[in-house]
Design a protein around this ligand. Structure first.
Ligand SMILES: Nc1ncnc2c1ncn2[C@@H]1O[C@H](COP(=O)(O)OP(=O)(O)OP(=O)(O)O)[C@@H](O)[C@H]1O
Ligand SMILES: O=c1ccn([C@@H]2O[C@H](COP(=O)(O)O)[C@@H](O)[C@H]2O)c(=O)[nH]1
Ligand SMILES: [Mg+2]
Length: 187
């Protein structure tokens, strides 16, 4: 079975999780946040990757693709028959992209990349006020996450842009305005 996939990318705090939750509710797409899957794996008793994942999350660096891709693939297999998957926060660097392509080519139909663009100062302020107790929502980790985003993730968005796959939605606006533009891409 070939699964429809929409990648959702943008800086930390740009609203990826918020928008994906709304799409999931309205369009029978399943939201798979790579970060959430890694946080769950970090907490899983007996996981051999817990300490490694924690180190990467705190430092804003990127977990090797073998781990993240396996978590995503397992979640997709477990979901059953749905319209597609919103893969939130992945692929984040060249390693992620190459590993995903090696493992998933032929198993997925990549529809487009939803790029939520937002100025970094707004994103940082949103993360600092998110109130979810994330270990990486502090000034120090956020600085590192932004460096990683600019140096490794933005080039991946540029890569997709070159093949015409990117749909940019400006997400510094109120959620309902952002979502109204996103809906047009799924309708
Ligand atoms: N358009 C918006 N306007 C104002 N606040 C927003 C908007 N979108 C999201 N937020 C808020 O900003 C915070 C970050 O949003 P969210 O968790 O969706 O971002 P994210 O892109 O998934 O971040 P991360 O990459 O860190 O996981 C949350 O507290 C959310 O409620
Ligand atoms: O594909 C991924 C996704 C996430 N990470 C790590 O998790 C944190 C948090 O990710 P969010 O998308 O903000 O929830 C991120 O900074 C990375 O350390 C990853 O390695 N690979
Ligand atoms: Mg998120």
């Amino acid at each position: 079975m070939v699964h429809n996939v929409v990648f959702v990318l943008g800086p930390p705090g740009s609203g990826k999780g918020t928008i994906c939750a709304k799409i999931q509710e309205d369009f029978n797409y399943i939201h798979l946040s790579a970060g959430d899957l890694l946080r769950a794996e970090r907490q899983r008793e007996g996981s051999e990757f817990g300490a490694l994942i924690e180190g990467h999350i705190t430092n804003g660096t990127i977990v090797p693709v073998e781990i993240t891709c396996k978590l995503l693939e397992n979640a997709m297999k477990a979901a059953g028959d749905v319209r597609g998957f919103l893969v939130d926060g992945f692929p984040r660097n060249q390693n992620n992209l190459e590993g995903w392509n090696a493992e998933m080519t032929g198993k997925v139909d990549e529809k487009f990349v939803l790029y939520l663009s937002c100025p970094v100062d707004i994103c940082i302020s949103r993360c600092l006020n998110r109130g979810q107790g994330r270990t990486d929502d502090n000034e120090e980790s956020l600085k590192k996450r932004v460096v990683t985003y600019n140096s490794q993730t933005f080039p991946i968005i540029e890569h997709f842009e070159k093949s015409g796959q990117v749909r940019e939605v400006k997400s510094e606006r109120p959620v309902e305005e952002v979502y109204a533009d996103v809906v047009k891409l799924f309708s």
